[in-house]
Design a protein around this ligand. Structure first.
Ligand SMILES: [Zn+2]
Length: 348
């Protein structure tokens, strides 16, 4: 998967329901698809223009650990062909029983009033999840399998992209009118857990750097599982590198051993600047990205506060089980890339 185009840890900056930067680079393309090919599923009435910002439940500390919520569908659009495909048996024949389950072949885009699902951005991949229709609560198979959540920075509306699954016996299978439906939203917990660990480990890298007097401006964070890293503007002299790496690695493991609690809170822009402006041009474009009266979400991992919109684990000690640690770094063209991963600290 290509790295998101956020250009720093700052990419995580959020305020209230609005993410300031850090969306994946294909947001614009997705939006274009929605506009050109979408068919509204509420009798042709377009409702998306009036949809208010989505309450992103994980922005608060308690919400960060909340894995399901009730919500309401505010808008719904089907993308591409949405013919209903019935389940076939092994011989390719359609099953005859009236409760047979069918899957729409198209993709559905949903906006809800609130969500527990983390929207991709700030270097952290999307949550995956399931949205169940509460009016069909007896039918556990009915719902939307959410594959991606993208937050529109301009509107603050989170777009839930997934596949609709409806039992053929359901009245919904003919009307497909989902707007106004009460739903429950569920995070796929295994995926959330490991992504929260990965993101938290990225912040521990930041604290380890500070502890080793390597305070450099962070320029990019990539908390995907296929090779996560944090990049800094700066250089480390070649003869020093091995020694610095060893210090960083042991500093990271010490922070894990200390089992330091994660904190999440909102502060004013001014307070955020005082908390986080450790390096000139580091945290940095706060004035450009936030209005004077806007709040900034601060995540404090291993005692190191950063503006961040991601999800995290409760304490650094959680990183012990999978052995998160620093794997190496690369210095090139004034950029230090600190790489980290799983299975590093296990032997210690
Ligand atoms: Zn972060």
């Amino acid at each position: 998967m290509a790295p998101p185009n956020d250009d720093s840890i700052v990419a995580n900056l959020v305020t209230g329901a609005r993410v300031v930067s850090g969306q994946e680079s294909n947001d614009a393309a997705t939006t274009a698809v929605m506009k050109s090919r979408s068919v509204d599923c509420n009798n042709g009435t377009t409702t998306t223009d009036a949809v208010p910002p989505t309450e992103m439940i994980y922005y608060t500390y308690d919400g960060n650990f909340q894995l399901e919520c009730d919500a309401e569908i505010l808008s719904c659009q089907f993308i591409e062909n949405n013919d209903v495909v019935h389940n076939n048996n092994e011989n390719g024949e359609e099953k005859q029983d009236t409760t047979s389950f069918c899957i729409t072949s198209g993709i559905v885009h949903l906006a809800l009033n609130r969500t527990v699902l983390h929207a991709q951005g700030g270097g952290q991949p999307t949550d995956t999840g399931v949205i169940r229709l509460l009016n069909n609560a007896n039918d556990e198979k009915t719902g939307i399998v959410v594959e991606k959540v993208l937050l529109d920075r301009a509107t603050g509306v989170a777009n839930h992209i997934g596949k609709l699954r409806i039992a053929s016996s359901s009245p919904l299978s003919s009307s497909l009118s989902l707007v106004g439906q009460p739903v429950s939203v569920h995070v796929i917990t295994e995926n959330r857990q490991i992504l929260s660990e990965c993101h938290t480990a990225g912040h521990v890298v930041d604290m380890a750097m500070a502890q080793c007097d390597m305070v450099m401006p962070a320029t990019k964070a990539y908390h995907f599982l296929d090779g996560p890293y944090v990049e800094y503007k700066g250089d480390i002299a070649a003869p020093e590198r091995q020694k610095v790496l060893e210090r960083l690695q042991s500093s990271f493991q010490e922070l894990v051993q200390q089992d330091i609690d994660t904190e999440i809170y909102n502060v004013t822009r001014q307070e955020a600047q005082e908390l986080c402006d450790r390096v000139a041009q580091n945290y940095f474009q706060l004035q450009e990205q936030f209005g004077e009266d806007e709040t900034v979400r601060i995540v404090k991992v291993a005692g190191w506060p950063c503006p961040c919109g991601g999800t995290h684990v409760k304490s650094t000690g959680v990183l012990k089980q999978r052995g998160w640690g620093i794997t190496g770094f690369k210095c090139k063209k004034g950029v230090v890339r600190v790489k980290y991963g799983q299975g590093v600290g296990l032997e210690k």
